[in-house]
Design a protein around this ligand. Structure first.
Ligand code: ZN
Length: 508
């Protein structure tokens, strides 16, 4: 009885909330557009576009899709609304527009003409997420092509190894291709979440592991870095290299926090992290016409439908620390027909990450060939309750080097295991991490440390440290000394007090 009352309250409340949202959207719809008496404008900070698509899907109301499409296509058209509005108000250009002008707001030209990401990174990613949504809803091939062009540019020229984007602090912007400095990185937490939004939408359009690989890179590294282990403190800016004293003195680092803080004046990132983690299920897997696609491996139960039946599976894993993922079919609904049997035909699409070589698969203890197509192994069979799939994803430590055009990390190497990027911290090595060198032949060992940072896998090896001399500049080397190196997951850095951190380590 109480339960029924709660359900009724929830249903009623949901309707009321939706009514409020619709009322607001209707007002915006009446106000903005190219019709008589309407303002031919659009928002300087994209986000409403993807929200309108969600609202259209929730209500079935096509008007909201049309409004989102209008906002996308009106952006950057001449005469430029944002310039006209600035002049009409007698305002100056906002501070963050001085360098790149309207491109800062992705409004210098129509969005379909963009070939490289520009401007404020979070806005760019939200714009792209909406463009991908609308490409699907409107079956708009040219908009989808624009999405693909920008995706390729971002992934191959503008993405930090941690999955972050937007390297310029001034205006929180994209800059030139390959301009990915580790110490001056902006890499806002929200921008990495935007990368995940965009990747997830493209993954829905085309089941291709390349999208999930980037989604996973951003999630386990830049986004994880955005929140402290206890979930109470946050980073807005996520550098890949930090010397706290320098960051506190240099102007271009003035937005960098040397330790996570409880809140920000512009507090977009903390609730964005909360929103992402609260909706992680949407990123882990997706329903396909013939079954289920598993994109990320995390423990939990998943429901899906296949061949008219409701199915449920359970995932057991300690990924990304361990290499094994076990998937068990836990229930299959029965069809009314007495001869329908207990099993059900369905396809499980298992992502084989791009970083993984030599993945193996067993079904009910028997080895099964693994032939991934576009990064997914398709397992089609008549599944029975209790069927068990065991996937092994070997995770050797990898040395990753950047394209030589990333000038700021030339001669350096980063360590990665599975999807996790590693860093070294002052807590393990003392100050002056720039003096550390990792020989390219040094064996890289892993160790599971359940007592460290909530339990994680660390990488241990032996490197060298340059000795400190007496002169600022010298023609003679001060020599080197051997040093034990320990790298921890980048996403967990700055949970042991303030200190230096470095992802890219000099390699000899
Ligand atoms: Zn933010």
């Amino acid at each position: 009885m109480i339960e029924a009352g709660v359900a009724h309250f929830r249903a009623t409340n949901k309707r009321t909330l939706l009514d409020i949202v619709c009322k607001l959207a209707d007002l915006i719809d009446r106000t903005f557009g190219l019709g008589p008496g309407q303002i031919p404008g659009y928002c300087g900070h994209e986000e409403i576009e993807l929200a309108l698509v969600k609202l259209a899907r929730a209500t079935g109301e096509a008007r909201y899709l049309k409004l989102a499409s209008y906002f996308i296509d009106q952006r950057g058209q001449e005469p430029n609304y944002l310039m006209a509005e600035t002049q009409r108000r007698g305002d100056k250009l906002p501070w963050h527009m001085y360098f790149d002008g309207l491109a800062t707001l992705q409004a210098a030209k129509p969005v379909r003409e963009l070939k490289e990401p520009v401007g404020h990174a979070v806005r760019q990613m939200y714009l792209l997420a909406a463009m991908a949504d609308l490409a699907v809803e409107n079956k708009d091939a040219t908009l989808l092509q624009s999405c693909r062009t920008l995706w390729e540019s971002i992934v191959h020229r503008h993405l930090y190894i941690t999955g972050g984007v937007g390297s310029e602090p001034y205006g929180e912007k994209f800059t030139e291709p390959f301009d990915l400095p580790p110490d001056r990185a902006y890499a806002e937490t929200c921008a990495a979440i935007g990368v995940i939004f965009f990747a997830r939408r493209l993954l829905e359009i085309e089941l291709h592991g390349a999208y999930a690989d980037v989604m996973e890179r951003a999630l386990y590294n830049n986004v994880q870095s955005g929140m402290s282990l206890d979930g109470t403190k946050f980073f807005y800016v996520n550098p890949l290299e930090l010397i706290p004293a320098v960051a506190k003195r240099r102007y271009e680092c003035h937005l960098v926090k040397t330790q996570r803080v409880g809140w920000f004046g512009c507090a977009c990132c903390p609730p964005n992290v909360a929103r992402l983690f609260a909706s992680l299920g949407e990123y882990v897997a997706s329903q396909r016409p013939d079954g289920l696609a598993l994109h990320l491996y995390a423990e939990g139960d998943l429901r899906f439908t296949a061949a008219g039946r409701d199915m449920q599976l359970s995932v057991q894993t300690d990924y990304p620390w361990t290499e094994t993922v076990t998937i068990t079919i836990t229930s299959i609904s029965q069809l009314p027909s007495p001869n329908s049997g207990g099993g059900s035909a369905a396809t499980l699409y298992l992502r084989i990450p791009g970083w993984c070589r030599g993945a193996t698969l067993q079904i009910n203890g028997q080895s099964h060939p693994l032939e991934p197509v576009n990064g997914y192994a398709a397992l089609h069979r008549n599944w029975q309750t209790g069927d068990r799939v065991a996937l092994t994803l070997p995770m050797p430590v990898e040395r990753v080097r950047a394209d030589p055009r990333v000038a700021t990390v030339a001669g350096c190497v980063a360590l990665q295991r599975g999807p996790v990027v590693y860093c070294v911290e002052e807590a393990d090595h003392g100050p002056n991490l720039a003096a550390l060198t990792l020989p390219h032949t040094a064996p890289l060992a892993i160790r599971n440390d359940p007592a460290l940072l909530g339990g994680c896998v660390v990488i241990e090896t032996t490197g060298t440290r340059d000795r400190t001399g007496t002169d600022l500049y010298s023609t003679t080397a001060s020599g080197i000394e051997p040093v034990k190196l320990r790298a921890i997951p980048y996403g967990l850095w700055a949970n042991r007090g303030e200190g230096e951190m470095r992802v890219w380590i000099r390699e000899s």
